[in-house]
Design a binder for this molecule. Structure first.
Ligand code: SF4
Length: 277
């Protein structure tokens, strides 16, 4: 019997990623419990901070990936995988040859360059966050020391591993990097600094500038985090995107700031997969 090493909160198709990731058939998400950051405003709080989920072994994880592929997923989307990086390298090595769809590394950006070594050839698409250029804010909101430099180096490394963005005839990404930035209320300067740093890495990089922030229960009374962002804040960030020479990316309609986009962490299809083992 294999050791149960991975804690998973949800397995299922997800339709609210960037269009080149979700497509029409959905992205095959596997949500791992825990996260390298501890964001006060986390929209996945029950799994990132409270560690909800169940433990599974390597064989079950493999079955999850194959199940999602059979379901018609456009890719296998490993969400908050960084705490399991070394175990995942072995797992992906074993499973990769059975997969015809890309593997997506969907992470917080707060991970060391060293930990990413060895993912080359196993991960096809990196989808990291770049949350902060302001380290004080990173400490205050996400309990992260030195976030800016760590994320800069990690994303630079990801870009070296995946230097070219490739899409199929349907516009689905097959290889590449998309950096996500969630605009937070009252912190436009932090967002502008993030875009400056991404442009320093590569002006051709795809950047997803997200407006979907909404205050969760944990921060609803917070003096700054207790509100959604304004259109003016979002527009300033989008203008800066072009000012610094970025030209590939995705924007969101501010109306997308709705809780319905956050999946239920009720294990999704995991129970079905476990009952067929
Ligand atoms: S990086 Fe994302 S998943 Fe992790 S705690 Fe922050 S908001 Fe939550």
């Amino acid at each position: 019997m294999q050791e149960k090493l991975f804690k998973i909160a949800r397995v299922g198709l997800h339709y609210f990623e960037e269009p080149c990731i979700s497509g029409e058939s959905g992205s095959g998400t596997i949500f791992f419990s825990g996260c390298t950051l501890k964001c006060k405003f986390c929209q996945n709080y029950s799994i990132s901070a409270l560690n909800e989920g169940i433990l599974v072994d390597r064989e079950t994880l493999k079955k999850c990936m194959l199940y999602l592929q059979d379901l018609g997923a456009n890719n296998i989307n490993l969400v908050t995988p960084a705490l399991y990086v070394n175990l995942l390298k072995n797992s992906l090595y074993e499973t990769k040859s059975a997969l015809k769809i890309p593997i997506v590394w969907n992470s917080s950006g707060f991970e060391s360059e060293k930990s990413l070594e060895g993912l080359e050839g196993l991960v096809d698409i990196f989808l990291p966050d770049y949350k902060y250029s302001d380290d004080d804010l990173a400490w205050e909101y996400s309990n992260a020391k030195g976030y800016n430099e760590i994320a800069f180096k990690a994303i630079s490394k990801m870009r070296k591993m995946c230097p070219v963005d490739e899409f199929d005839d349907n516009g689905l990404m097959k290889k590449g990097v998309i950096v996500r930035h969630l605009v937070l209320p009252g912190t436009v300067d932090n967002s502008l600094g993030v875009l400056d740093r991404i442009a320093e890495i590569d002006k051709d990089m795809y950047v997803s500038v997200m407006s979907q922030y909404f205050p969760t229960e944990q921060v609803k009374d917070h003096p700054v985090l207790g509100r959604r962002i304004t259109e003016e804040e979002y527009d300033k960030v989008i203008n800066h995107f072009f000012e610094v020479g970025l030209h590939n990316g995705f924007s969101q309609d501010p109306s997308s700031a709705i809780e319905e986009y956050v999946p239920d962490f009720n294990l999704g299809n995991l129970n079905k997969i476990l009952s067929n083992l």
